[in-house]
Design a protein around this ligand. Structure first.
Ligand code: MN
Length: 250
């Protein structure tokens, strides 16, 4: 099995190196990852300037490794079409920090997996709900087991599966297949003053999550590993039915 590994925290990140090492136990690992951090960069692609890819050994048993001057989606596209080819599965992570609920729209990690699925590859995004110092070795081993199991079970080639690990590895309650949550924030924009007296704005905020039962956002807080299949087709079929016969005058 030819595994393409990318991420959005850059090729230097510990989460990527650790996951690469674990994945060598279940397949041939090819790393194609961004040169610079791309977190919260979403599914952007680089169309208005050239991209560069350099080979750079990570030395964890990978078949090859490339550092790309672009986004996670760029990396997957380059890997599938040019650098690696004949990829069987795509894995993106392990991300430092969670990718839950609505936040996946902004996520570079999920974009890497989504790009894989859009190219008919079974794809996985892997994140951990810890921004400080997760035990990547532990979570990489667990990710490897979950991915291997799902590779055996999932027959759809274009599937995109979002995996999140809870912060506390000592008290993991189990693995739950679940849906995305709404993910809301308050105080999203902080206003400050730069040294020249001009206002600046800093986006961040505090989680103000409604915490609905049986959604990824709540289950992760309860200590579960969450596994969520993501749809690529974003059509709202209910709304489509509701408005498809509406006469709109031109
Ligand atoms: Mn990230």
């Amino acid at each position: 099995m030819k595994i393409l590994l990318t991420n959005d925290d850059s090729i230097e990140s510990s989460g990527l190196k650790s996951l690469a090492k674990s994945l060598t136990q279940i397949g041939e690992v090819y790393i194609v990852a961004p040169q610079k951090p791309q977190s919260a960069g979403g599914h952007g692609i680089t169309m208005h300037k050239p991209l560069r890819a350099e080979t750079i050994p990570i030395n964890v048993g990978e078949k090859a490794s490339y550092r790309v001057s672009g986004t996670p989606a760029d990396c997957v596209m380059l890997a599938i079409d040019v650098l690696v080819k004949d990829v069987d599965i795509v894995v993106s992570g392990i991300n430092l920090g969670p990718n839950l609920g609505d936040d996946i729209i902004y996520s570079g990690t999920v974009a890497g997996a989504r790009e894989g699925a859009m190219n008919n590859k079974l794809s996985f995004a892997v994140s951990v709900n810890d921004f400080e110092n997760p035990d990547f070795e532990f979570f990489s081993d667990l990710a490897k087991k979950i991915i291997q199991k799902l590779v055996d079970v999932v027959k759809e080639h274009s599937a995109c599966i979002n995996i999140n690990f809870p912060k506390d590895k000592e008290n993991i309650k189990g693995i739950r297949v679940t849906s995305l949550a709404r993910r809301r924030y308050k105080n999203r924009v902080t206003i400050g003053k730069d040294p020249f007296g001009r206002e600046f704005y800093w986006i961040g905020g505090v989680l103000d999550d409604p915490m609905v039962d049986d959604t990824d956002s709540k289950l992760i807080e309860e200590g579960y590993v969450t596994v969520t299949p993501l749809a690529i087709d974003q059509t709202d079929y209910n709304l489509l039915k509701q408005i498809e016969n509406t006469k709109i005058e031109i």
